[in-house]
Design a protein around this ligand. Structure first.
Ligand SMILES: Cc1cc2nc3c(=O)[nH]c(=O)nc-3n(C[C@H](O)[C@H](O)[C@H](O)COP(=O)(O)OP(=O)(O)OC[C@H]3O[C@@H](n4cnc5c(N)ncnc54)[C@H](O)[C@@H]3O)c2cc1C
Length: 303
């Protein structure tokens, strides 16, 4: 990424929301569950699966967290009634982890129980480092309560603690989505160098698969996709032992490449009204965004 791109990306919070929304649109399936269902049908036509995320985070009001919990319970009903090949992803800060851990655990417990009762699956996303310990504690409790086939969590390869976290979870034979990590973390907490994060990602995927865990390999980095493909070949794993995962709106051609290679693929499909923080994170990662945002602010046609 050039210095110019980095400057624009640092300035993104100053860009008017209506401009951000225009660029964010491809990353969000819509504002209603009906729009998400439509997007998932087309993902299923491609031969892929989905995980549904209701947009929202950093909730500080208990009643809001409880109403999101109820919305998630309904999402499982929609998955069943529409016959979708989909599971659900949640953000703990949306369900109250920064209000009170026990309160959040109760909300997640209700959603995990619903997932288990419908023989479906709940993925607990990982957010900034202040939530890592409580999220992993809640994940352990949910796995013990509802079984490892119904609940999984996310680990982030940029975290210095990542290898310790894997070691501490191995007794559960955890179901892990491995990603690089997207939050802005202090140096004390996270590795910063691109290659270190890549190597930690591959090391973690290998360690987890080698220990018999089911792994969601969540990346658009072609080098890491190749590394994972060569790893599953070396380990002689069948496609039911892992899946690749990508974000809605990012690199559709990579989706085709993964599926054509005979691998399972799941697309993360966010929908809802609270699109801004999620979209800002996606825009910060988009290598071609800087020029286009600038042109849009100047009222010029974008590429
Ligand atoms: C399914 C899924 C779930 C995730 N869940 C979490 C989570 O719970 N917690 C968390 O911290 N992070 C999560 N992430 C985000 C992740 O941590 C990374 O920030 C993100 O995936 C980008 O890293 P990358 O591995 O794709 O590599 P990068 O090096 O960032 O990207 C590789 C290539 O992908 C393309 N690309 C990546 N992002 C974009 C974009 N927005 N627009 C256009 N092109 C792009 C570019 O061509 C880039 O060169 C998730 C990612 C995925 C795929």
């Amino acid at each position: 990424m050039s210095i110019f791109d980095k400057l624009v990306i640092h300035g993104l919070p100053l860009v008017p929301k209506f401009i951000v929304e225009r660029f964010a649109r491809p990353y969000v399936a819509g504002s209603t569950i009906e729009e998400a269902v439509k997007a998932i049908r087309s993902i299923m036509d491609e031969g892929a699966m989905a995980t549904i995320d209701i947009l929202g985070e950093e909730v500080s009001d208990r009643s809001v967290a409880m109403s999101y919990t109820n919305e998630y319970l309904e999402v499982f009903d929609v998955i069943a009634s529409e016959g979708l090949d989909a599971n659900v992803s949640i953000k703990p800060t949306m369900l109250g982890i920064k209000i009170d851990e026990a309160f959040c655990a109760e909300n997640i417990d209700a959603i995990a129980a619903k997932a288990a009762s419908m023989d479906n699956f709940l993925r607990i996303d990982m957010e900034d480092h202040t939530t890592t310990d409580p999220t992993l504690r809640i994940y352990r409790t949910m796995t013990e309560r509802h079984g490892g086939h119904h609940v999984g969590v996310v680990l982030q390869a940029y975290m210095r603690r990542n290898i310790d976290d894997i070691n501490n979870l191995l007794d559960l034979r955890p179901n892990i989505r491995m990603c690089k990590g997207i939050y802005r973390e202090p140096r004390a907490v996270a590795w910063g160098a691109f290659e270190t994060i890549r190597e930690n990602f591959s090391y973690s995927v290998e360690k987890l698969l080698g220990a018999g865990s089911y792994v969601g390999i969540a990346t658009h980095d072609p080098h890491l996709v190749w590394a994972a493909m060569s790893l599953v070949d070396r380990l002689g794993l069948t496609p039911d032992r892992y899946e690749f995962q990508v974000l809605y709106g990012v690199d559709p051609e990579l989706r085709r490449i993964i599926l054509d290679g005979g691998h399972r693929l799941r697309v993360y499909v966010p929908f809802g009204k609270d699109w801004y923080p999620y979209s800002m994170r996606r825009l910060r990662e988009n290598p071609t965004i800087a020029k286009n945002v600038l042109l849009a602010m100047l009222g010029k046609k974008t590429l």
